[in-house]
Design a protein around this ligand. Sequence first.
Ligand SMILES: *[C@@H]1O[C@H](CO)[C@@H](O)[C@H](O)[C@H]1NC(C)=O
Ligand SMILES: *[C@@H]1O[C@H](CO)[C@@H](O)[C@H](O)[C@H]1NC(C)=O
Ligand SMILES: *[C@@H]1O[C@H](CO)[C@@H](O)[C@H](O)[C@H]1NC(C)=O
Ligand SMILES: *[C@@H]1O[C@H](CO)[C@@H](O)[C@H](O)[C@H]1NC(C)=O
Ligand SMILES: *[C@@H]1O[C@H](CO)[C@@H](O)[C@H](O)[C@H]1NC(C)=O
Length: 323
Amino acid sequence: MYRNAFAVLAGAQLAAAGLYPNMTPDNHTCILLADPVLSCSEDAVPEKVDSCCTETYGGLVLQTQFWSTHTGLESEGQVLPPYTWTIHGLWPDFCNGSYTQYCDLSRQYDPQPAPNTTNGKPDGTPVPPYTGPSLETLFEPHGKLDLLAYMKKYWINQYAPNWELWAHEFSKHATCFSTFDTECYGPKASKYDDLFNFYETVIAYYKALPTWGWLSAANIRPSNTTSYSLSDVQAALSLGYGAVPYIGCSGPKYNQTEAGKGSLDNGGTQLSEVYYYYHVYGAAQRNQGLRVGADIAGGSVSSCAKAPGAIWYYERAAGSESA
Ligand SMILES: *[C@@H]1O[C@H](CO)[C@@H](O)[C@H](O)[C@H]1NC(C)=O
Ligand SMILES: *[C@@H]1O[C@H](CO)[C@@H](O)[C@H](O)[C@H]1NC(C)=O
Ligand SMILES: *[C@@H]1O[C@H](CO)[C@@H](O)[C@H](O)[C@H]1NC(C)=O
Ligand SMILES: *[C@@H]1O[C@H](CO)[C@@H](O)[C@H](O)[C@H]1NC(C)=O
Ligand SMILES: *[C@@H]1O[C@H](CO)[C@@H](O)[C@H](O)[C@H]1NC(C)=O
């Protein structure tokens, strides 16, 4: 959940009447938009469009996924779904690749804010930890049990209950989209419309991004005996996605391992994350993204070791996968 990107404080505003300055006074009837504007294009600015209907700030949208081998809470039934990567989130980066976080502290549900100030520095606004009940308790009263069931299966946390990851993703990231701002839901919205709408939107993106299947089609499957090369993983996912995604590796650095001794390659050796980048037509909620390369704003496309055969795509631990 940490990234080496340049975090920017865009002025977290607490006022309910608009997350960002200069929000348009329109009625937010986005469905009437015949010709949605592409985020990060010249016209995607609040002076020209309704910020609820066009993503006007975080226009570079990332659907992020995890590959983990265990959850740490197996004994409580928190396990991983087989044959698929799991959901991390949907992030609104600025068009230049930097980003902001915890943009609306009136919608703070994260019990362990990370970072604990809005800009990650001691001089930032503190993000107070949420101390209310589990977000799981909200679904049934709002008729969202199907959504809950899906999230419990595919949106999996490590070392803490799943709902804490859901809460973290909403409060840290969703509050920074212009199109998930509370005022976009109109005066009669119920308190959690934005929350559920965000989760449903993330899932819609995720469902169109079968990382496991794209790798499998290139004969890249979890194995504790065969390692892989970054170039092959990149080729398989670029073919599936149509643009190069960001591929993240954790674990020991290659040149700290026996195999990489003496090498200058200090990339990670355990495949663990992928980020798919989009510009979006209109609101992210419309789910009409233009797939773009992870390097579109000049960012790196991987943290993994580049040496041939340097990457491990580990099998899940015994007992960490659901049947
Ligand atoms: C809402 O805004 C749209 C676009 O600006 C406009 O066409 C429509 O008439 C407005 N509807 C109401 C009820 O004000
Ligand atoms: C990136 O864009 C944001 C939003 O427009 C802006 O606040 C920030 O200063 C820009 N950062 C850089 C490094 O240009
Ligand atoms: C944030 O975390 C740091 C490091 O643990 C700590 O020193 C600091 O007091 C915390 N700040 C707030 C606002 O909680
Ligand atoms: C690993 O690679 C980095 C970057 O090339 C280099 O600075 C470092 O000295 C290397 N470490 C070892 C243990 O070889
Ligand atoms: C595969 O290796 C990983 C990393 O060492 C380990 O966590 C996992 O339990 C192993 N899986 C199996 C099925 O041996």
